[in-house]
Every structure is written in C-alpha cells, then in structure tokens.
Design a protein around this ligand. Structure first.
Ligand SMILES: *[C@@H]1O[C@H](CO)[C@@H](O)[C@H](O)[C@H]1NC(C)=O
Length: 261
C-alpha cells in the first residue's frame, strides 16, 4: 500500500525499517521502539525473521484478538452514490476478490460498466472486526479485498474474472509488487457454486497464458466466501477522495483467450 519498500537490507547485517516493519517489530522485539532513526546496524536476523513472519499466515492462537464492535463507516459509495452494504436489489450479483492493495483494486472495478457499487474490506483471516493497523501487520490473517456489486444484465462474473487475472500478478504468493505480506495474497471468494466453477476454469486458462510467457504457477486461492469485514471509512473509495494516492497493482501482460468472454 505504501510507496516505501518495507524493508531493504543494505548490507549483510544492516536493516532499514519503514512504518509497517516498525509496527510489526513492536510485537516481536523491544529494541526497535528505541531506535527512532529506523535503522539497526546488527539486525540481519531480525530482518530475516520479519520477512518470514509477514509471509506466514498466523494460526488461530497467534492471530490478534480483534473486537465485537462492527466498523462504523458511511454506507454510501463516495463516487457512485449507491449503497455499499447489503441488502442489494435481488437482480444484482456480488463477488469478492483480493489482488493486492485494495485502493487500486476498488478503483479498477468501480470504473467498469455495470458495476453498481464497490467496497474495501478484510477477508479470510481469524480476527473479528479488524482495523487497518492490525491487518497491516499481517497478524490477523486477513487479505485486503474488494466487494463488487454488479448487474449481470450489463456485465458478467466472467468480465470480473478477466479484470482480476489481467490486472495483477497472481504468481507472487504472499506479496503483490512491492507490497509484501499475507494481506496482499491473491484470492477469489466464490459466492456460489457457479462462481467457483468459472473461477477455476478461468484460472486454468490463465495459467496456460502465463506459462507461454515463461511465468510461474498461480498462487491464487479460490475459496468459499468468508465474512467481509468492511474497512475504515477513509479507506472506502480512497482513490476517489485522494486521486493522487499511490497503489501499485499491475498486470503481467498475459490475457485470457477471447473465447472466455
Ligand atoms: C455519506 O456519503 C455520501 C456520499 O458521498 C454523502 O452525500 C453523505 O453526506 C455522507 N454522509 C455522512 C454522514 O457523512
């Protein structure tokens, strides 16, 4: 989510921390809180630990506790002026995807014809009602995700899948571009058996296209839907409120075959 690369190991024993690394480190060790210049000359081991930690999902016991209170936020889409919470009109369809920094993902979909509303949130972790600071550490198990409400008479789940596969790199595991950590993993949360089937079919087709480009194996998880925890108000439609905001999602240059559409 942030432009800063979260860790850079300058030499074998030297570590530079950014904001997220500092937050996470306050859970791992005390020494960084005393180190306000964000560098640590003898922290190679901690850097390695940090890198492993943010690439590993916590289990139920390790995950942050969270809270019972639901997030408070404006339920009207900032740009489209439509509701971003259920109940949606019966003729609309919902899908949920995770493909990196949710600001950019949300914008990708709200621009699409036939998309009625979008929202950002946290899915597939253990922590109930997480906040951004918690999700940002990776210790809630959640992925940054976008809920897309669309009109199947105008667009289709296949079109959503096409945008999904062609606009991020689904081979990166616990990372998307310079955004490192489990919260940036790639996921499709199937809301119906039909969505699941189409998601799997599209993955198999897209994998062939990636192999043609010499790229690796898709790490995207296709799972049943999890509870969607809405993110804070200021994250909703973030790039409409702050058009200059940074969010790095980019495709691989592979495309689904025309026959899929
Ligand atoms: C909620 O958002 C809508 C759309 O941007 C806006 O018109 C409305 O004033 C907002 N409501 C509150 C309580 O902030």
């Amino acid at each position: 989510m942030y432009l800063i690369i979260f860790i850079s190991i300058v030499s074998g024993t030297f570590c530079v921390y950014n904001e997220r690394a500092l937050i996470l480190n306050s859970y791992l060790s005390e020494k960084f809180e005393k180190n306000s210049d964000r560098t640590c000359p003898s922290c190679k081991q901690d850097c390695d630990l940090l890198r492993t930690t943010i690439s590993t999902l916590p289990n139920l016991e390790e995950a942050m506790l969270g809270r019972q209170e639901k997030m408070q936020f404006n339920t009207t889409h900032y740009l489209l002026q439509t509701p971003i919470v259920e109940p949606f009109p019966k003729h609309l369809e919902v899908s949920i995807v995770a493909m990196g920094c949710f600001w950019g993902v949300e914008k990708l979909f709200w621009k699409e014809k036939g998309v009625i509303s979008t929202a950002v949130g946290y899915v597939a972790g253990f922590t109930p009602n997480p906040n951004y600071e918690e999700a940002y550490t990776g210790q809630t198990g959640h992925a940054e995700a976008v809920k897309i409400v669309f009109d199947p008479r105008v667009t289709s789940f296949r079109k959503i899948l096409k945008l999904f596969w062609e606009n991020h790199d689904p081979t990166q595991g616990m990372r998307q571009g310079e955004d490192f950590g489990t919260q940036y993993r790639s996921m499709i949360l199937a809301m119906t058996p039909e969505q699941r089937e189409e998601a799997i079919m599209s993955r198999n087709l897209f994998q062939k296209e990636l192999y043609k480009l010499g790229m690796g194996t898709i790490t995207t998880q296709i799972t049943p839907a999890f509870e969607f925890y809405y993110a804070e108000d200021y994250h909703q439609q973030y790039l409409a409120k702050r058009p200059g905001g940074y969010c790095g999602i980019a495709g691989t240059g592979a495309y689904l075959p025309k026959s899929f559409e």
